[in-house]
Write a protein that binds this ligand. Structure first.
Ligand code: PLP
Length: 472
C-alpha cells in the first residue's frame, strides 16, 4: 500500500469526474438494478483477498464513480444536498485521516476549537450572544450555546430533547409525562414527527398548525391551535416554525410566531436546516426577522453552505437549555481532569463524532462568508427567474412564488403524470428533479443547488416536458 500513490490516483479521478460532470459528458444519474450494480462493482474478490491499491484501486474507483449521482452536473435539481466545495471535501479527508472524535476536548483539540468558533459565528448570525472565549466565564444564561451534529434530523431531535427537559425537568428520572404536545405545520420535515415518536410523545401529540396555500403558518390561527391542544388537556412542549419549509421553500413569519410564543411561554424551535443560510445575505436575512426571539435553531451547512456531508448546527439562545438537556454518567469519560478547553459531548446524542466544524470552516476559508452569501443570492434569484419564466408560459404554472432556491411547478393539468415524467427523465439521464405534493396535487420540484445550473437548463427542461407530450 502506498498512500501517496493511491491518494494521487484518487485526486486524478476526482478531477476527471468533476470535469465530465460539469461539462455534461455523462448523464446526471443512472439507476442500475441493485444486484447488477453489486456485480459490476466487483466487490467480493477484494473482501476475500484485499489488494485494493494501485491499478486495482484505480479500476474500482472508476467503476464506483461511474455509478454515482452527479451533483456537479448542471441538470442536478433534485434534493437539498450541497454540491460540495472541494475545500470541504478535503476537510472531510483530513478528518477521516486524523480521526479526532473531539466530543471530549482532549481527543481533538483543534477540531473542538474550530467547532466552538463556528458555533459562535452562527450564534452571532442569529443575533444571539456568543459563548465566552474562556468556557465557563461570562454571565450565566447571558449567552447562547450549541453543538454540531450529523444532520438536520438529529439536530431537530436534539433541540426537542432540550425543549422537553425544560418543560419536564424530571423527565430523565420519572419518564415522559403523558400530556406533552408539539405544535408544527403538518408539512414540516418528517424528522419533527419522528422526533416526537422517539421522544415517546406519540403521534397524537403532534398538533398541526393551520397554513396558507403555500404551506406557511397563519399567525392569526395560532390561538385556535393552542386552544385545541389545551382542550385535550395537554401542555405545549414546543412550537416548530419552518425557515424555510422543505417542500415549497417558504418561510414562516417568525416575528408574529415568536411574539405568540413569548406571550404563552412556549419554546419556539426554528427549523432552519435549509433556509437559515439566508442569515448571511444582507438581501435575505429579513426572511428570518424575529429569529433573535426564538429559543432554538437548527442550521445545516451541508445544504446551502456548500459543505461536504454532514455538518448540522444545534443552536440555543440560552446555553443552559442545552447543557441541561442530557443526563449521563460514564466514569471513563466524565471525571475530574485538567480542562483547558470544553467537552461538547454533554450537548449531543452522539459520543464519537466527526470533526464537522472543519468542513464548514474550510469552505468559509475558501469562499468567505460574502462568497457564500453571493451563492445563496444567486441560487434564490435563479429560482425567481425560473418562476417568472414558468408563469409566463401558457402551459406551465407554479403553486407559490419562491422565497428560496426551491421552486415547485406544474405542466398543464398534470398530477401523477409528473411522477411518471420524473421517472422517464431519470431513465434517460437528462434531468434529475424531485416531486412533492401540495394541497392534494403532485408537482415537479426544482432545488437550485448547483452554481453552474442556469436558465439554459430550465428552458431545456420545459422543452423536454413538451416533447414528452408529443411522444418524445
Ligand atoms: C427543513 C428540514 N429540516 C430537516 C431536514 C433533515 O436534514 P438531514 O437530511 O440533514 O437529516 C431537512 C432535509 O431536507 C429539511 O429540509
Amino acid at each position: 500500500m502506498d498512500f501517496k500513490q493511491d491518494a494521487g490516483i484518487l485526486v486524478c479521478l476526482l478531477e476527471q469526474y468533476l470535469e465530465e460532470s460539469r461539462e455534461k459528458r455523462k448523464p446526471v444519474l443512472e439507476l442500475p438494478k441493485l444486484a447488477e450494480l453489486i456485480a459490476r462493482l466487483d466487490l467480493e474478490p477484494f473482501v476475500t483477498n484485499g489488494g485494493l491499491t494501485g491499478a486495482a484501486l484505480q479500476a474500482f474507483l472508476h467503476r464506483y464513480l461511474g455509478a454515482t449521482t452527479r451533483l456537479h452536473h448542471p441538470a442536478y435539481f433534485a434534493h437539498q444536498v450541497a454540491v460540495p466545495h472541494y475545500a470541504g471535501s478535503l476537510a472531510a479527508m483530513v478528518d477521516g485521516f486524523t480521526n479526532n472524535p473531539m466530543a471530549i476536548y482532549e481527543m481533538g483539540p483543534a477540531a473542538a476549537a474550530i467547532e466552538y468558533f463556528i458555533i459562535n459565528w452562527m450564534l452571532k448570525k442569529a443575533g444571539w450572544a456568543p459563548m465566552p472565549q474562556v468556557p465557563g466565564e461570562g454571565i450565566p444564561g447571558g449567552h447562547g450555546g450549541g453543538v454540531l451534529t450529523h444532520g438536520g434530523s438529529l439536530a431537530n431531535l436534539t433541540e426537542l430533547i432540550a425543549a422537553r427537559t425544560r418543560v419536564a425537568p424530571d423527565v430523565w428520572e420519572t419518564g415522559v409525562p403523558g400530556d406533552l404536545a408539539i405544535l408544527a405545520p403538518a408539512q414540516s420535515h418528517y424528522s419533527i414527527a419522528r422526533a416526537a415518536g422517539i421522544l415517546g410523545l406519540g403521534k397524537r401529540a403532534f398538533y398541526p398548525l393551520e397554513v396558507d396555500e403555500g404551506g406557511v403558518v397563519k399567525p392569526d390561527r395560532l390561538t385556535a391551535a393552542l386552544q385545541r391542544l389545551s382542550a385535550d388537556g395537554r401542555r405545549p412542549m414546543a412550537l416548530v416554525a419552518n425557515c424555510c419549509s422543505t417542500a415549497v421553500g417558504r418561510y414562516d413569519p417568525l416575528r408574529e410566531i415568536a411574539a405568540f410564543c413569548r406571550e404563552h411561554g412556549i419554546w419556539l424551535h426554528v427549523d432552519g436546516a435549509h433556509g437559515a443560510s439566508a442569515l448571511l445575505s444582507p438581501r435575505r436575512r429579513a426572511l428570518l426577522a424575529g429569529i433573535e426571539l426564538a429559543d432554538s435553531l437548527i442550521w445545516d451547512a451541508h445544504k446551502m453552505l456548500r459543505t461536504a456531508p454532514l455538518c448540522a448546527a444545534v443552536l440555543v439562545r440560552d446555553h443552559r437549555n442545552l447543557e441541561g438537556a442530557f443526563h449521563q454518567e460514564a466514569s471513563y469519560l466524565f471525571h475530574a481532569k485538567r480542562q483547558p478547553g470544553v467537552d461538547l459531548i454533554h450537548r449531543t446524542v452522539e459520543c464519537t463524532k466527526a470533526a464537522l466544524g472543519l468542513r464548514l470552516f474550510m469552505v468559509l476559508g475558501a469562499m468567505g462568508e460574502r462568497g457564500l452569501a453571493g451563492y445563496m443570492d444567486r441560487q434564490s434569484d435563479l429560482a425567481q427567474e425560473a418562476y417568472c419564466f414558468f408563469e409566463s408560459q401558457p402551459d406551465f404554472s407554479c403553486p407559490a412564488e419562491p422565497q428560496s432556491n426551491i421552486l415547485c411547478f406544474a405542466y398543464r393539468d398534470w398530477n401523477e403524470e409528473h411522477l411518471r415524467m420524473r421517472d422517464q427523465m431519470i431513465t434517460d439521464g437528462t434531468f434529475y428533479l424531485s416531486t412533492t405534493q401540495l394541497n392534494g396535487r403532485w408537482y415537479l420540484r426544482l432545488v437550485f443547488m448547483n452554481p453552474l445550473s442556469g436558465m439554459k437548463e430550465v428552458e431545456a427542461l420545459a422543452d423536454r416536458l413538451r416533447k414528452s407530450e408529443r411522444g418524445g
